[in-house]
Design a protein around this ligand. Structure first.
Ligand code: NAI
Length: 358
């Protein structure tokens, strides 16, 4: 499918490609929707096998941001950016971040950049020297690392899933399997361990795995395949997207999937129905992982810390509503999209009122 066909199918407003001759930066910014406001979404740095893969990723991620903001009742649209790295694990440089900051600046605020896989508060602060349209730094821009908020929100989504299945909302004695012990996965593991859960991890980066063993005493399995077939109470994908497809769904041994990764399902329309038919409760990712967006968008919109905390607590309520609505719909994904679409249709004024009502 060519670029315009993909944009039309997903409803994108704008997709912009950029190459910087001085640094060799190659990046794409995609704006899916500005119906509820300007867009805020992370900058993912990743080595893609093909340019088509990078385009597919940024289109899916930016579309997900539209639903995430709407489901979280934030007056923000959906956008995202990707930097195409020349090789896996290519180190960040200040020059790369400055070039990306200049690219972001050309959107004059319609797209606000933040952290994602491969970028961190330092990278954000470097970008912030070139544009004020960036959130999530610590020295120059504001908001800080959003991942602790994302981890908290994911725990709230897990609570709603337990309650929906009529189980005690208590993590002690539960087993949670987490794929990816990075920024969010580490924080999530820590919160779950503190709450008395047993946590099993899978992580491809040796240093990251070692840190979790030393600091959290985390148990690891050798491979993703082993993790996804582990018998557990909750499976929490917290690495990259597309990790559950029809085949893998059938090999899962968990009653609940609730993670922080964006685009957990390979084909959300079909895979979410398969999961429902298998009796596996899937919490739509854009509902469970909204905590980081709430923190950064909330700071950008001038919410108080108490209002941000309330909205992160509300993830439990929204998840409960989506899971309930899904009882009479094809899947939990369909129910979450319907909720987001309703809020988008209500327009920016309704979203503004909701956000300030807390
Ligand atoms: P991160 O880059 O810090 O962590 C991802 C971790 O997953 C890394 O340690 C990486 O080595 C590991 N990983 C990658 N592929 C793997 C595989 N096949 N098996 C096992 N481990 C693997 O990224 P971060 O910030 O923790 O984000 C994780 C996910 O959550 C991403 O999908 C991101 O888009 C999503 N997300 C993050 C938010 C945040 O606040 N950081 C907010 C909302 C979503």
């Amino acid at each position: 499918m060519n670029t315009f066909e993909q944009m039309t199918e997903r409803g994108h407003e704008r997709v912009c490609f950029h190459q910087d001759p001085e640094t060799g930066l190659r990046a794409i910014i995609a704006i899916h929707s500005t119906k509820l406001g300007n867009t805020l979404g992370g900058t993912r740095r990743w080595h893609y096998a093909t340019e088509a893969d990078a385009l597919y990723d940024v289109l899916r991620l930016s579309e997900g941001m539209t639903y995430k903001a709407a489901a979280a009742a934030l007056p923000m649209g959906g956008g995202k950016s990707v930097i195409l790295l020349p090789k896996p694990g290519h180190r960040t440089t200040e020059a790369e971040a400055l070039a990306m900051g200049r690219f972001v600046e050309t959107f004059h605020g319609a797209y606000i950049a933040a952290e994602d896989v491969g970028s961190d508060p330092q990278f954000i602060d470097w970008m912030a020297t070139q544009t004020k349209h960036v959130m999530g730094g610590e020295r120059i821009s504001t908001g800080g690392d959003p991942s602790p908020y994302t981890a908290r929100g994911t725990i709230n989504a897990m609570k709603a899933a337990l309650a929906h299945l009529g189980k005690p909302v208590d993590f002690s004695g539960l087993t949670v399997a987490i794929q990816g012990i990075g920024h969010v996965g580490f924080g999530l593991a820590q919160l779950l361990l503190e709450a008395g859960a047993k946590v099993i991890g899978a992580e491809i980066n040796d240093a990251t795995r070692q840190r979790a063993i030393v600091e959290l005493g985390l148990e690891f399995v050798d491979s993703d395949a082993a993790l996804f077939s582990t018998e557990c109470d909750i499976l929490a994908p917290c690495a990259l997207g597309g990790v559950i497809d029809a085949n893998r769904a059938r090999s899962l041994r968990c009653p609940i999937i609730a993670g922080a990764a964006n685009n957990i399902l390979d084909d959300p329309d079909e895979d979410a129905v398969i999961l429902k038919n298998l009796g596996i409760l899937y919490v739509p990712d854009f509902v469970s992982n909204a905590g980081g967006l709430i923190q950064l968008a909330g700071t950008h919109l001038g919410l108080t810390e108490a209002q941000i905390d309330q909205k992160i607590a509300d993830i439990e309520v929204t998840t409960a509503q989506v899971l309930q609505d899904a009882e009479s719909m094809p899947s939990t994904h369909a129910a979450a999209v319907a909720l987001a679409d309703q809020r988008i249709a209500a327009g920016p004024h309704a979203a503004q009122e909701q956000v300030h009502a807390g």
